[in-house]
Design a binder for this molecule. Structure first.
Ligand SMILES: Cc1cc2nc3c(=O)[nH]c(=O)nc-3n(C[C@H](O)[C@H](O)[C@H](O)COP(=O)(O)OP(=O)(O)OC[C@H]3O[C@@H](n4cnc5c(N)ncnc54)[C@H](O)[C@@H]3O)c2cc1C
Ligand code: FES
Length: 400
């Protein structure tokens, strides 16, 4: 009996050692060498190369990128997932492509967020640096047939709009109103381009500045001012991207043809008094037999796992980037945005938008260690060697 257990344990350890070795010495080194080759000018399939850095405003920069080899042109309005290594851990965020598909280079335009991990690092990139990016994705795209448009943005929400208006410049039949909101004139991203656009046939540009146009103490977006500036608003296909407060007000207008792009997750809904408690079992966990945590039926699994001390990898936190994808072995979850139910076994779910409805068993979750990296290493010193191995093999993994 004892020898059977020992045999099984030694086989499990051997597999874990092989997996860890592959992840550390093959996957990681492949990524490293790819980025080095990209830096040397050899075009890689998944790394873009920075060819210029443009200062747009005091806190916003555009990275002009040579696309990866075999890049499939994006549709105007789509985004790419940018992945960088922070404290030894691959971390990803979404950025809209601010260039048009016909442009020879790709562009992303990044506003530096206070204490933001990825935006801060992207602001340190220099010409020649390599950046891992995913193929373009997203449904916030310019219609293929000509329509009357309103591109409505606030702050860095103008980035997908630039891709759209540059694509529209190719067409003779454009009928576009661009309404952009910024705090001050110095904060207007693409200010010179907006000025030039205003002189083009088929384009009308309205820039609203909080410090000049808004009443003191009120945010810049004002429904009445928008209706006055764009009287035929209801007849236009409206694309909106901006700060959450502005998006909420626009959505409340009930516009018939509204397309929305969010850069940040919606605030969490209030706790449901009728919510019940369920159990979530984490497969592949370092603890013997996995770890089971108590969760509620009114919150996303990602938030609840984090609250329980786990650090699942995450990016957008709104079901877009798939960084938090995980195998659901059993149980039922509800999609927090669409309401879709996943009750079949062995389905891939996104932890950030999956709310448990019953007990749930998950496969191994990819872990993040960004904020806790130094402490993590310190606490690892006290771990059993097997636990160290399992913990490390769960970390530092490309989630795709
Ligand atoms: C589809 C899409 C397209 C996007 N396009 C663009 C674009 O074109 N341009 C652009 O600039 N952005 C864009 N974004 C936003 C972008 O993806 C990032 O969310 C943004 O750059 C901030 O990332 P960060 O890593 O710098 O910030 P994070 O490190 O994620 O921090 C975000 C905020 O949380 C706070 N914070 C972080 N960690 C903690 C903690 N442990 N405790 C408390 N607070 C914390 C930070 O101070 C900061 O205020 C887009 C997002 C999406 C989903
Ligand atoms: S964090 Fe992006 S899909 Fe969940």
């Amino acid at each position: 009996m004892l020898s059977t257990i020992e045999r099984r344990l030694s086989a499990t350890l051997r597999d874990a050692r092989r997996t860890a070795a592959r992840r550390f010495f093959v996957d990681r080194q492949t990524g490293l060498w790819r980025s080095e080759l990209a830096w040397l000018g050899v075009r890689s399939r998944d790394h873009a190369r920075v060819t210029a850095v443009l200062e747009e405003t005091p806190d916003t920069r555009t990275l002009v990128l040579e696309p990866p080899r075999g890049w499939v042109p994006h549709r105007p309005g789509q985004w790419t997932r940018v992945e960088i290594e922070l404290a030894g851990v691959r971390t990803s965020r979404c950025y809209s492509l601010s260039s048009a598909p016909h442009d020879p280079e790709l562009r992303i335009t990044v506003k530096r967020v206070a204490n933001g991990r990825v935006s801060g690092r992207l602001h340190t990139l220099r010409v020649g640096d390599a950046l891992r990016i995913s193929p373009a994705e997203g449904q916030f795209v310019l219609p293929t047939h000509p329509v009357r448009l309103l591109l409505l943005s606030g702050g860095s929400g103008i980035t997908p709009m630039r891709s759209m208006w540059r694509a529209l410049l190719q067409s003779d039949a454009a009928d576009v109103v661009i309404v952009h909101h910024a705090r001050t004139r110095a904060d207007v991203i693409f200010a010179a381009e907006l000025e030039a656009l205003a002189t083009r046939r088929g384009f009308r540009v309205v820039v609203r500045l909080d410090d000049e146009h808004a009443r003191p103490g009120e945010g810049g977006f004002d429904v009445g001012a928008l209706r006055t500036a764009v009287p035929d608003l209801e007849e236009r296909e409206v694309f909106v991207c901006g700060p959450p407060a502005m998006m909420r007000r626009v959505e409340a207008m009930g516009l018939p043809r509204l397309h929305v792009e969010r850069f940040a997750a919606m605030p969490r809904p209030a706790a449901d008094p009728d919510a019940t408690e369920v159990l979530v079992t984490l497969g592949g966990h370092a603890s013997p037999g996995g770890r089971t945590i108590a969760a509620r039926t009114d919150g996303a699994l990602l938030d609840q796992l984090e609250a329980a001390g786990e650090r699942p990898a995450s990016g957008c936190r709104m079901g877009l980037c798939r960084t938090c994808s995980c195998l659901k072995r059993s149980g039922t979850v509800r999609h927090a945005i669409s309401g879709a139910i996943s009750d079949a076994p062995d389905e891939i779910i996104q932890l950030c938008v999956s709310v448990p409805c019953t007990d749930v068993e998950l496969g191994p979750i990819v872990q993040h260690a960004v904020h806790a990296a130094p402490d993590e290493r310190a606490s690892e010193r006290t771990l059993d060697p097997r636990e160290k191995l399992a913990r490390r093999s769960a970390q530092k993994v490309d989630p795709r």
